[in-house]
Structures are given as structure tokens and as C-alpha cells.
Design a protein around this ligand. Structure first.
Ligand SMILES: Cc1ncc(COP(=O)(O)O)c(C=O)c1O
Length: 465
């Protein structure tokens, strides 16, 4: 552990970099003076820059549950460095498991400002200009899907909560009942749908899980037949990028069935939604703009730190009706012509989530996201081509977005060996009783060198069979 002078400025070297420490003795007051704020802020900034540059190369130490007894701000930051190293790095270039996360530096800066300023953005009158910033980001997202002016959205903690609010909104708009109303999904839908239905009070049999077709898309004939013979269907949930393989349902056709039967059409685009920024993604998601509601996860497709999902609803008033409850102690709040997010969400007090999307969009420009997502589509295609050529693996599905799924009879061992390299981290799934390895490529930090390394490692492990 580095040694730094206590209680003042000092210099130390680490990895040949001269770093100035402003270590403060602990405890520091709840309201530090400007000097203390600057000292801690400067060291925290160095910590973060260092961390992003070196991506968790510090050795892991054991952490127990007791609050540690640390003597200085330097000790605290060292402790955090070890804690961060004692984890899989879901935002690193080699993370190709589950659905990768992001962790944009500019979003972290936004969070810092958000937390320090701490404005109350749930009720518009209390911080109208900040609410306008959040509203701009929501409108920008609505615009990506050609949603009309009366659409409204809400930033959530993630995709699961967005799916929850979608189900609650659909139930309300369709006058559906917990005892009788039916929700349709297929066997590739994310489990947050069944979980959300249960949390919303629906019994297990209210969620009808239909088979997917050979391309892992919702089987349209099965869907049409099922809703036609059901006395109380009210909601169809389609996927714009499944977690297993990135499969995109035939959204145009599902929209047609939903409209023909007067049902709510929700699209879970938590993983795939922001590919809408790219030409190829827009093509693959054709029909998504006919949805009544869409779940998106900026903490996936926009590379944000965890804690930002989004639900957009074509009829914003429906979202509001399903989530509004008044109280006498709210009576003084005036209408400032902006949404009170409390009326559109299960939450009252909540973080100002808008800035962590708005600031990166301002600082990088939307095109930076388009280009990064385009690169992920190219990388998935590249990985698919290489794995197909190697002939060690069976790849039944071409990647529709940026997930590549492949089978090998010795997949469990291969996964262990490849992950043992600590250069890449993959995960597996089971589809129709068959084990599949997956490469899920979504981090803005993943480029061709790391994808090639992953394929090299896979080939090497397969050939060792
Ligand atoms: C398709 C899909 N829907 C929903 C979710 C749930 O999102 P969250 O983890 O943000 O709650 C995920 C998460 O991976 C997902 O891939």
C-alpha cells in the first residue's frame, strides 16, 4: 500500500506516475471546508482516472462486514481500490458475459454534480430547469422511436422496473383485472416480465409463455391462435433483443396482431433498444415505433453506470393515470408546464437521473453512441464469421444485434478455461435443453483486439478437447 503523509499534501509514486496526495486525517466534518472538499475531490478524481486507465489491476484483499478502521482519506481510497478489484469488471473490454455494462466517465461526473447539488426533480416546481433537462432526454428517446408529442417517459432504476411500470400501465389502460387478464410473452422473454407480473399481483397462470420459432422469435401463429381463443387477453410483450441471443421478434407482425385484437403492445428493448441509433439497428427493429410502450436500458446500450432504465409510453396520460396518487401535503405545488415524475412512476423521492444521460449526450454528441453501437454490430458479425470458420462450434443463429451464441459439446469446460485467462469473461445459457456459450458485445471499451483474443482463446480451448 502506498505511503502518503497524513494531514496535508505530499507526493508519492505509483507505476512511475507522480501523484500528489491531499490526504486528510479522519474523521472529516459533514460539511467540509472548501480546502477539504478540494483535497478529497482531487484525490477522488485521481483515483477514478487511475482506475479507468488501469482497469482493476490491483490485487484483491479480503473485506469483512465490519466497518473498517481507516485513518486517512488516502486509506479510504486505497480500501475502495481493493474492493473494486475484488469483483468481475462488467465495464471492461473483456466483459462479454450476460449483458455488459458501461461506466462512462462523463456520466460519473454528472452523478457527482447531481449528488452534490441534490435538487428535487420528482416535482417539477421545485427544480424546473433540472426537470427540463430530464424531459429533454426523455423527449430525445421518444423521438428515436417516432413517438408522438403526447408520449411521456420516465427514467427508472433499470429495465426490470420499466417492465413493471409497463405492465401496471397496460393493466390500467386496458381495464384488465388481476384475476382473468392475460399477458403474452414467449419462452425467450426476459424473466423480469414474469417477475413484474407477479409483483403487480397477477397469478402465475396470467402469464402465458408461448413457444418461440426456429429463429427464437415469438411464434406468430401460436400468438394469433392463443389471443383469439382467450376471453381476456390484454397485453403482448415482444423482445427487441433477447438476453439469450439478441433475437428480435417480428415487431411489425406482433404489432399487427396486438392492434387487430385491441391489446396493449409492449416491447422490451432493454438490451437492444439503443441500436435504433444505427441504420442497421433501425432496420432490425422495424415495427418498434408501433409499440404502446417500450423499455430501454441506458445502462446497457448507452454505456451508463448501473441505475438508469427508461420506460416510454405512446399515450403519456395512460402512464400518468396508472401511477398518480395525490396527498394534501402536496397541495402547494404549482403547475409549471413540466411533468411531475412522481405522477408517472412508483417512486416519489428519487435521484435526478436525467443528467447522467444528458451530459454525456452533450459532451460526446449522439453520433459517438451511434458509432460505438455500429462497431458492436460489426464485432458480433466478425466473431460469428470467425467462429463459423473454425468449425469447432455450432452456430445455429446469425447475430441479429451484438450477441453471438454457439454450442460446443464440451462447453462447460471451455467456459472455465477461457474465463480462467482473466482476459475475457463469458457466460452460458441453455436453449431447448442445449448448452450455449455466448459472446455479448456491448461495452464501449470492447474493440476488435479483445474479440479476436476471445475467439483465439475459445479455439485453443476447443482444440485441447
Ligand atoms: C431483455 C432484457 N430485459 C430486461 C432486463 C432487465 O433489466 P435490468 O437488469 O436493468 O433490470 C434485461 C437485463 O439484462 C434484459 O436483457
Amino acid at each position: 500500500m502506498r505511503q502518503a503523509p497524513q494531514g496535508g499534501s505530499g507526493a508519492y509514486t505509483r507505476d512511475h506516475v507522480l501523484i500528489v496526495s491531499h490526504s486528510l486525517n479522519l474523521p472529516i466534518p459533514l460539511e467540509p471546508d472548501p480546502e477539504q472538499m478540494r483535497a478529497l475531490g482531487t484525490d477522488a478524481l485521481d483515483f477514478v482516472i487511475d482506475f479507468i486507465d488501469q482497469r482493476a489491476t490491483a490485487p484483491a484483499s479480503d473485506l469483512d462486514h465490519a466497518l473498517p478502521d481507516l485513518g486517512s482519506t488516502t486509506d479510504v481510497l486505497d480500501y475502495l481500490k481493493h474492493a473494486a478489484a475484488k469483483a468481475v469488471d462488467p465495464a471492461g473490454p473483456g466483459y462479454l458475459a450476460y449483458i455488459p455494462g458501461g461506466g462512462l466517465y462523463t456520466a460519473a461526473i454528472a452523478d457527482f454534480i447531481t449528488a452534490a447539488v441534490n435538487r428535487y426533480t420528482t416535482v417539477a416546481a421545485l427544480a424546473p430547469a433540472f426537470v427540463a433537462i430530464e424531459q429533454q432526454t426523455i423527449r430525445w428517446i421518444c423521438g428515436l422511436f417516432d413517438f408522438p408529442q403526447e408520449a411521456q417517459g420516465v427514467l427508472t432504476t433499470g429495465g426490470s422496473m420499466a417492465n413493471f411500470s409497463a405492465i401496471v400501465t397496460a393493466r390500467d389502460a386496458q381495464h384488465a383485472a388481476n384475476d382473468g387478464g392475460t399477458i403474452y410473452v414467449d419462452d425467450q422473454a426476459h424473466h423480469s416480465i414474469t417477475k413484474a407480473a407477479a409483483l403487480a399481483g397477477f397469478p402465475a397462470q396470467a402469464v402465458r409463455i408461448l413457444p418461440s420459432d426456429k429463429n427464437l422469435r415469438i411464434d406468430l401463429d401460436a400468438l394469433e391462435t392463443a389471443v383469439t381463443s382467450d376471453p381476456h387477453p390484454f397485453l403482448i410483450v415482444a423482445s427487441a433483443g433477447t438476453t439469450n441471443t439478441g433475437a428480435v421478434d417480428d415487431l411489425e407482425a406482433v404489432a399487427g396482431i396486438a392492434k387487430a385484437h385491441g391489446l396493449w403492445f409492449h416491447v422490451d428493448a432493454a438490451y437492444g433498444g439503443f441500436f435504433q441509433l444505427t441504420d442497421r439497428g433501425r432496420q432490425r427493429l422495424t415495427g418498434i415505433n408501433r409499440a404502446d410502450s417500450i423499455t430501454l436500458d441506458p445502462h446497457k446500450g448507452m454505456f451508463l453506470p448501473y441505475g438508469t432504465g427508461c420506460l416510454i409510453v405512446r399515450d403519456g396520460a395512460a402512464l400518468r393515470r396508472a401511477h398518480t396518487a395525490g396527498a394534501a401535503y402536496m397541495q402547494d405545488l404549482s403547475d409549471v408546464g413540466l411533468p411531475n415524475y412522481a405522477e408517472y412512476s412508483p417512486e416519489l423521492s428519487r435521484a435526478f437521473r436525467g443528467l447522467r444521460i444528458w451530459l454525456p449526450l452533450q459532451l460526446h454528441g449522439a453520433e459517438a453512441f451511434t458509432n460505438a453501437l455500429d462497431e458492436k454490430l460489426d464485432l458480433a458479425r466478425h466473431a460469428y464469421d470467425r467462429l463459423t470458420q473454425s468449425e469447432d462450434f455450432d452456430l445455429p443463429w446469425q447475430p441479429e444485434l451484438s450477441v453471438v451464441a454457439f454450442h460446443h459439446p464440451d462447453g462447460t469446460r471451455i467456459l472455465e478455461e477461457v474465463n480462467g485467462s482473466r482476459r475475457v469473461f463469458l457466460s452460458s445459457t441453455t436453449i431447448r435443453d442445449r448448452h450455449f456459450l455466448r459472446l455479448a458485445i456491448l461495452s464501449h471499451r470492447t474493440h476488435q483486439d479483445r474479440v479476436d483474443e476471445a475467439v483465439d482463446l475459445l479455439e485453443k480451448a476447443a482444440q485441447a478437447t
